[in-house]
Write a protein that binds this ligand. Structure first.
Ligand SMILES: Nc1ncnc2c1ncn2[C@@H]1O[C@H](COP(=O)(O)OP(=O)(O)OP(=O)(O)O)[C@@H](O)[C@H]1O
Length: 322
């Protein structure tokens, strides 16, 4: 879907992309990096909107340097920042974007209605966008990226500004773009944790350089920590202890996370996949306890490289680079 070779983008004072070579296949791919890592710059180059300083890139087999217009016909783009006109309705705006993509009037109206329904905007779609919540605006931005039925979409920080429920809904929508319509997705975030659950593949960049590109299963096997918090009952006055013992008895090693700042009575364990979630749920149900929370610890990108393997790999990479 996407291939870059030694792609660099230098601004007068900053190197935004530094000899980045990466291949992205079909499916849902996360592009993760801290603010300023170069994610938006990469997307603009891939859309043919901004020229690279060095190197090359293809999107859907088309060279970004010469085939930008053809790429933008086939690729949808949801920009990061608020860019919606406040005085028009979602329907008017998305019809307009569909017409700009070359759809005839009737098809543009039909596709707009379908797409807005798909992203979860119903009656509100006739009201001016200026009165929408952040979540509704993000949905309009997503709809305009999808309305011309692209093969691939670039979503730049689609969960920005959303509360946890809004984030989960957006991530669910993103997953369905691929499962329901077969559209491949490149989605950026500065939070690795939220992409782990949504993406098939994760590409991590830092300072414009590639740090890692691997399937999510490879990633999560090394990084997913579950935090669990339960209620106490008369039968189990220390519910946390009871869960810990029950999981220990099933061979799952559990750490007490209560010593962590602000953690309360929290157990931490390494998730090996879906089975771990099921096991924890069953253990808690068997003990008759209430589950207060079970969540993946959110990894900020800086945390990804705190384990020693990764540090070694980075040292090696630096060493080989001279
Ligand atoms: N037009 C520009 N002129 C000068 N510097 C720029 C320009 N666009 C981006 N940069 C710089 O390039 C670097 C990468 O920016 P970019 O927007 O690609 O990062 P990002 O990973 O998308 O982060 P964010 O999510 O904060 O936008 C930053 O240091 C940024 O300041």
């Amino acid at each position: 879907m996407i291939a870059t070779e030694s792609l660099s983008k230098r601004f007068p004072r900053v190197t935004a992309l530094d000899r980045l070579s990466v291949d992205v296949g079909p499916g849902v791919t996360g592009l993760v990096g801290a603010n300023g890592a170069g994610k938006s710059t990469l997307i603009k180059i891939l859309l043919g909107l901004s020229p690279a300083t060095e190197g090359r890139a293809d999107v859907l087999g088309l060279d970004v340097a010469t085939r930008g217009a053809d790429i933008r016909e086939r690729v949808g783009y949801m920009p990061e920042h608020d860019c919606l006109p406040p005085d028009v309705s979602a329907t008017e705006f998305v019809v307009h974007m569909a017409r700009m993509s070359g759809l005839p009037p009737t098809a543009a109206r039909e596709r707009t209605a379908d797409t807005l329904r798909h992203v979860g905007l119903y009656e509100e779609r006739y009201r001016p966008i200026g009165g929408y919540s952040t979540g509704m605006k993000q949905r309009v931005k997503l709809a305009q990226a999808l309305v011309h039925d692209p093969q691939l979409v670039f979503l730049d920080e689609p969960t920005n500004g959303l509360d946890p429920v809004g984030r989960d809904e957006m991530l669910g929508l993103i997953r369905r773009i691929h499962t329901d319509f077969g559209i491949s997705v490149l989605v950026t975030s500065h939070l690795l944790g939220e992409l782990e659950r949504t993406c098939d593949h994760v590409v991590v960049i830092d300072g414009g350089k590639l740090l890692r590109s691997s399937s999510t299963t490879d990633f999560t096997q090394t990084t997913t920590t579950l935090a669990i918090e339960v209620t106490d009952t008369d039968e189990h006055p220390d519910g946390t202890r009871a869960v810990r013992d029950a999981l220990d008895a099933r061979g799952v090693s559990v750490e007490d996370g209560s010593g962590l700042p602000g953690a309360g009575h929290v157990l931490l364990l390494t998730a090996q996949g879906e089975e771990t979630y099921d096991l924890v749920r069953d253990v808690i149900a068997d003990l008759g306890l209430g589950l207060v929370r079970m969540e993946q610890r959110r990894h900020h990108i800086s945390e990804v490289f705190t384990n020693s393997d990764e540090r070694e790999q980075r040292k090696e990479a630096v060493g080989h680079g001279g």
